[in-house]
Every structure is written in C-alpha cells, then in structure tokens.
Design a protein around this ligand. Structure first.
Ligand SMILES: [Zn+2]
Ligand SMILES: [Zn+2]
Length: 414
C-alpha cells in the first residue's frame, strides 16, 4: 500500500516537473520566435529604406509615366559631383562688347542653328495667344513673361568645388548669363534703410520691394555671386535695352539654395515704385499656367493630342526673352528629374519649366538645369545642317516638394 502511494507521489512530482519544463520551453520558444520576427521586420524595413534611398540617388526607378516614350535611362547625379558640362549658361569671352558677343553667339549657335522654334515675346502674344479659347486667361501667360528675368553674373566664387562646371573660372569676373523668375514679392517699409539709387541719393525711401528670384544654383552659387549679379526685368525685345523699358537691379544675397536640385533663391531690392507695382501685379495675376490648349495653338511638334506639353521662357545666349514649346520625355519618380524636348540654348539655365498638370499640391515647378543633347559641329556629316530637331533634344531640370525645403540646410536666411 505504502509502495503504491510512493509511486503515485513520484509520478505526480514527475508530471509537475514535466509540465513546468514544457511551459518554460514553450515560453522560451515564443520569446525567441517573437524576437526573430521583430529582428526580421527591422531588417526588412532597413532594406526597404536603403533601396528607396538608393533609388532616389541612382534613379534606378523606371519612369512614372508609361505613356511617353522613354529615350534614355533615367539617371540622377548630384550636381556638385558633376564632371561633364551639361549646364546651359552662356559664358562670354569678353573679346567683344556684351551685346555684340550675345548676337554673335545667337547667330552661330551649334545646338539650334536658326532658332526656328524660339518665338519672340511679341510673336507669341500677337500670333498664338489669340488662338486660345476665350475662357483661357491670356494674362497669366503675360504675367509669366513679365516675371522672367535675365541674370548676368560677373563673378565665379572660390567656394565652388573643383568638379564644378565652372571651376576653371573661379576668382574671375567672367560674365555668365542665365535666366530666372520672380517667385515672391514683399513690399517693405524700411524708414531707416538708406538707398543709393539715382532717385533716393542716400535718403531712406518710403517704400521698398523685395523680389525673390528663383534660378539654378549653377547660375548663382552663393551670396558672393548674388551680389555681382545684374537682374534684368522686361528684356522682351532688343529695343527694350535702349529705350529704358528694361530695368536692371543688383542681387543682394541668396535666401536659400538646394544643391541636389540645382536650385537657388536670390534676393534683389528696389525702391522704384513703377517696377515694384508692376511685378507685384504680375505676381498676383500669375496663377498656374494651363497648357491644356497648347497643342491646339499650332506650336508643333506634338505627336499626340494628349501629350505632356512643356513651355519654357528664357534668355538664350543672353538675347531678349524667347518662348519654346515641346513635350515631356521622361520622369523619374524618385529623383525629381524631368526630361523634355523643349528647345533650350546656353543662357536658358535657371528658367522655369512650365508643366501642365502638377500631380500634387506641394510640388514646385522644375528649373531648367542642362542638356544632354549632342551638338553636331560638323555640318558636312549631317543632313540637318548641324541642327538637332526639337524631337531629338534632351533637356532636363529638377522639381521638388516644397515641404522638403526643411530637409535642406540653407546657405543663408533672410
Ligand atoms: Zn542657340
Ligand atoms: Zn532708391
């Protein structure tokens, strides 16, 4: 009897021990499994982040727009690491007067000989704008034209890196011409700030206007270059320069720059009330351009009615404003690079690239950065006489999300 009781006790003890061991093992297994799952999830998240960041750097993602023809591999590059010159500033040799050299370069252009697709402001307003449906606001086009400025930069900063496109000109005052556009206008009342223009002669003006001009960073690199930059307003035709319609201001400083997107916001100031009010009015009128009807204006080439038209207003070769039209070729989803066949020339760098439908509220218009169009110098070998057709051009710019400005470190703030 005693023996049976002993066996039962031992068995009970064994059962309890086994149950405890099983419970401990199960708990350990569950904990280990949970840890493995957490680690695996973390690894997957890290990998996804790495892939996304890599995509945005290398541009390995495919075009987000399957409707358009993709001509080239989409590739991203940090502007500051660029080794080949694609940027489209017009560099003046200084051997001739500025105006003569600009006219000479315009006439002997290797990229768009004849400039057939470059419309003057007057031709565009007289011949093409009236073809728009009456519901379309032509004033928006005109305001965009008024807000476009020519930039003449007489300085190349030593701060530019060795691999900069214009590194060889560092420390010189060689003239470089590009394009910009007024993005913001502030009316200031600064009674204590003296002005040394002809009108004020050292007195403090009652009113001042501050313009924020957007351009490419390779056009105006930093404050040092901004201060040596002439900003020409209303240079719409040759005669504007002589008859006083063109107004010139000096740059003051750089408000913000985004090297990865080749974008710079520089500031210039005026006490000229007429200029201030005109630009203020243009800015107020300047809504988003509706380019939906552009294919109907007869501004070829458009392969299809529902293409993505892209319009650029710029100062090719430092000449009066010209308007060119083409269509989008490619777009990388991650690196914000936009490619188009809208004709451009040296001097077009920094111009706004007007697109029709911005896909998101936060996106800001791209700025023209450069060209990958091969320039045919040997006219004998080319039936086109050295000219690349508009369809063959491959020009590019970068857009960006406005909220991403907080991710970038500004050079300076106002
Ligand atoms: Zn040209
Ligand atoms: Zn003044």
């Amino acid at each position: 009897m005693t023996c049976v009781a002993l066996v039962i006790v031992v068995a009970a003890v064994v059962v309890v021990v086994v149950v405890k061991v099983v419970v401990v093992v199960v708990v350990v297994v569950v904990v280990v499994a949970a840890a493995v799952v957490v680690i695996a999830a973390a690894v997957v998240i890290v990998m996804v982040v790495v892939v996304v960041v890599h995509s945005s750097r290398s541009g390995s993602s495919s075009s987000s727009n399957s409707r358009v023809v993709v001509h080239t591999q989409c590739s991203s590059r940090r502007i500051s690491n660029s080794t080949s010159r694609h940027h489209e500033c017009e560099i003046f040799s200084g051997r001739e007067q500025e105006a003569e050299e600009s006219a000479h370069n315009w006439k002997n252009c290797g990229k768009n000989p004849g400039h057939e697709r470059f419309l003057s402001v007057q031709d565009f307003i007289d011949d093409y704008l009236p073809r728009l449906p009456s519901s379309q606001n032509c004033e928006v086009f005109k305001s965009k034209i008024d807000l476009t400025v020519r930039l003449r930069v007489h300085c190349t900063s030593y701060d530019r890196p060795d691999d900069d496109d214009f590194a060889e000109y560092r420390g010189t005052s060689k003239l470089r011409v590009g394009t910009g556009s007024v993005e913001e206008v502030f009316r200031k009342r600064r009674h204590n700030k003296r002005c040394f223009c002809d009108k004020c002669r050292g007195e403090a003006p009652r009113k001042q206007w501050e313009f924020v001009v957007m351009t490419a960073q390779h056009v105006v690199y930093n404050r040092e270059e901004a201060k040596e930059t002439k900003v020409d307003f209303f240079y719409d035709e040759d005669s504007c320069q002589g008859d006083g319609r063109m107004k010139t201001l000096w740059g003051v400083k750089v408000k913000r720059s985004i090297p990865d997107m080749d974008r710079c916001y520089m500031v210039c100031v005026t006490c000229d009330e007429d200029l201030g009010k005109r630009i203020e009015a243009a800015r107020r009128c300047s809504d988003k351009l509706n380019l939906r009807y552009l294919p109907d204006l007869g501004l070829l080439p458009f392969r299809e009615k529902n293409c993505d038209p892209i319009l650029i207003i710029s100062h090719p070769h430092g000449q009066p404003k010209k308007i060119t039209v083409g269509e989008r070729q490619n777009k990388c989803a991650w690196n914000r690079r936009v490619e188009y066949n809208t004709p451009t020339c040296p001097g077009s760098s920094g111009a706004v690239v007007f697109e029709n439908d911005r896909r998101d509220l936060w996106s800001v218009s791209p700025v023209h950065s450069g060209s990958k169009t091969p320039i045919q110098h040997d006219k004998q070998d080319n039936k086109l006489g050295g000219c690349v057709t508009a369809q063959e051009q491959l020009n590019y710019g970068y857009d960006w999300y406005s909220f991403s400005q907080y991710w970038y470190k500004s050079f300076e703030t106002i």
